[in-house]
Design a protein around this ligand. Sequence first.
Ligand SMILES: *Cc1c(COP(=O)(O)O)cnc(C)c1O
Length: 358
Amino acid sequence: MRAYNFSAGPAILPIDVLEEVQSELVDYQNTGMSIMEMSHRGKEYSEIHEETISNIKELLNIPEGYSVLFMTGGASSQFALAPMNLLCNDEIADYTNSGAWSKKAIKEAKLIGDVNVIADCADEIPTRVPSIDECNFTSNASYIHLTSNETISGAQWKIFPENTAPLVADMSSDFLSKPLDISNFGLIYAGAQKNLGPAGVTLVIIKDELADKCPKHIPTIFRYKTYIENNSLFNTVPTFPVYVLCLVTRWMKKIGGITEIQNINENKANKLYKAIDSSDFYVGTAVKEYRSTMNVTWRIKNQELESSFLEEASQHNLKTLKGHRSVGGIRASIYNAFPESGVDALIAFMKDFESKNG
Ligand SMILES: *Cc1c(COP(=O)(O)O)cnc(C)c1O
């Protein structure tokens, strides 16, 4: 039996995708080989590589002048690579601090160059991200970094700053969950394992001209330009994760594309927030206007009941609902692939738990 898996990452994948992977795992399209056993420059993998890029471009309506890259090392590597490539000697980068992941990005950027933290609400409870109004933008900043969705706190940017320095966004936990105006961004990065596929590939969208400013001393493998010029095939690309990602993007197109996916995601999240708000027993963790559609976080007012909530939920096949170890509480990660029936099952369980313990 499949579990309702609320894990924050690595996270649930569409069952259709897993079954397709299974069916062609040992013999990919009558080649007698698994896709993971094939050259990253061969015909079969090349087709997957190109299709994945083209599906992502289509899903997000990515304009000319941008590249889709497959990198490795997760978003954590991008925390360092973004400033290494984009923050030159005499420049300042603006960072917003909205929580645990922003803090890590800021720490790495400070190792590379000058950083101005232009808004900081990282330690506030209820949790949130900064409003655009409170950001104290530096004039001539080399870029502005934000974490579009704070996976741990459950707070999400709903509108992004416009007409500023190039926006750099860590979208690890909400990339491809809703439409985006890509032309508003300079660089977007996301580890695949939250909303897109298995761990091992990092998605990057970059405005090509930004990659030109990389300082000369940065080694070849750490330059975005290298990935752009070599179509992410400078070295061996993580072929199997890209293959699964390809199937996920096909699945996204099949269910109606990014607008339909946004509708489904908002419907799931609204239901769950409504269940939290309609009770005096549960209390949401994030400020309402910044609530994440991907990671729904809440507490039980009587926090002593949380461990039995989690244990009983697990017995009802509602798995991995525990909040991040740094903050506790309850977190339901309901990414694209998470089925609505699982949200309904969770809500029914919450009502039942409340009536027995409230
Ligand atoms: C999970 C996560 C990361 C870290 O990703 P890795 O791929 O493990 O490096 C960074 N940022 C956000 C917002 C995340 O959710």
